[in-house]
Design a protein around this ligand. Structure first.
Ligand code: FES
Length: 327
């Protein structure tokens, strides 16, 4: 009976489009604690349903990955516990997975299911439900993408990697803390420099940017061995190749400070659309959550998170079918 119920949940989730998922996120957004509101949307941008559907649509996912010029680590099955580490709710990841796998079937809607399950996780973890609503939405999409066998195999595993401080207030105050130069900008004039936090869980997860410098170029001055973290990070914490908006390596999610970047230009907007990175960006939003680091210049402190892959999702539609010889 439990297996049947689990399949019913998966079947229902499998019938939902990316648009339906984002509408459900809209519906629960106000219920997500501020500490994870942006992070939840960014996770959905980093792991779009379209990518998973594209990889599963042909006989050979590796060939499809070549068609889409994927680089990095794009397989969510292998990153179940790593992909959530930038969310505060990662502290409650095992409990979230358990609640989802034990769930019989969706309630009346996806948004209601998210809220019902988040209530169960909150009760078991003895925390406010707002702190686990985002990670519950992520967990449901995880189930949709990787399936219940893969999720069950790691159900007891904690989120991998270093996590954010346990106190959500501290996370928020760290994000809002002005850099030393920020406090004395009136003294430094055009020589102002800003903090770019690229990994909130690391003590050294911050580099400095000159006023109006783009996030990718500023990262090049950061000292450290970033290639050992990700082979695409050849010149600082942010993966880069072209530096002119052509390659798509440098996309980032803005956890805080998005208004401290220059407004998005029509060119950057078009490039984000081309790569398929713009799934959570509002069309009219001048400062969206997902940006190309080489196109966004900063005039204040920002906190970003970096996806583990890059590619051209749209090529599947524009040229991929031809390349694969399918109709
Ligand atoms: S480095 Fe190529 S798009 Fe930014």
């Amino acid at each position: 009976m439990a297996v049947l119920e689990k399949n019913q949940l998966l079947e229902t989730l499998a019938g939902l489009s990316q648009k339906s998922w984002l509408e459900a996120l809209d519906a629960v957004e106000a219920s997500i604690h501020e500490v994870d509101r942006e992070a939840t949307r960014i996770w959905f941008a980093f792991w779009p349903l379209e990518l998973q559907e594209a990889l599963g649509s042909g006989d050979d996912p590796k060939q499809m990955a070549k068609v889409m010029d994927l680089e990095g680590e794009w397989t969510l099955d292998e990153a179940i516990d790593a992909s959530v580490s930038f969310l505060y709710g990662a502290h409650h990841w095992p409990a979230t997975k358990k609640a989802i796998l034990a769930h019989g079937g969706p309630a009346t809607s996806l948004s209601q299911t998210i809220q019902d399950l988040a209530g169960k996780v909150a009760a078991s973890e003895k925390v406010d439900v707002s702190l686990v609503t985002g990670i519950t939405a992520v967990g449901l999409m995880m189930l949709r993408i990787v399936g219940d066998d893969a999720l069950s195999a790691v159900v007891d595993h904690p989120a991998s990697g270093d996590l954010l401080p346990k106190d959500p207030g501290r996370v928020l105050s760290n994000r809002k803390r002005e850099s030393r130069d920020g406090l004395f900008t009136f003294l430094r004039g055009v020589n102002r420099r800003w903090d770019v936090r690229w990994d909130e869980s690391r003590r050294d997860g911050v580099y400095r940017a000159i006023n109006q410098q783009d996030l990718a170029m500023a990262g090049a001055s950061a000292e450290g061995d970033y290639r050992s973290l990700d082979y695409r990070r050849i010149d600082g914490p942010v993966p880069v190749e072209c530096r002119v908006g052509s390659c798509g390596y440098c996309w980032v999610g803005l956890l805080a400070g998005k208004d401290n970047l220059t407004p998005i230009t029509p060119f950057e907007q078009e490039r984000l659309r081309y790569f398929g990175y713009d799934t959570v960006n509002g069309e009219a939003d001048s400062h969206p959550l997902v940006r190309l680091a080489c196109q966004a210049q900063c005039h204040g402190d920002v906190t970003v998170t970096i996806p583990p892959w890059n590619g051209e999702l749209k090529r599947r539609h524009d040229t991929g079918r031809d390349k694969l010889g399918t109709s």
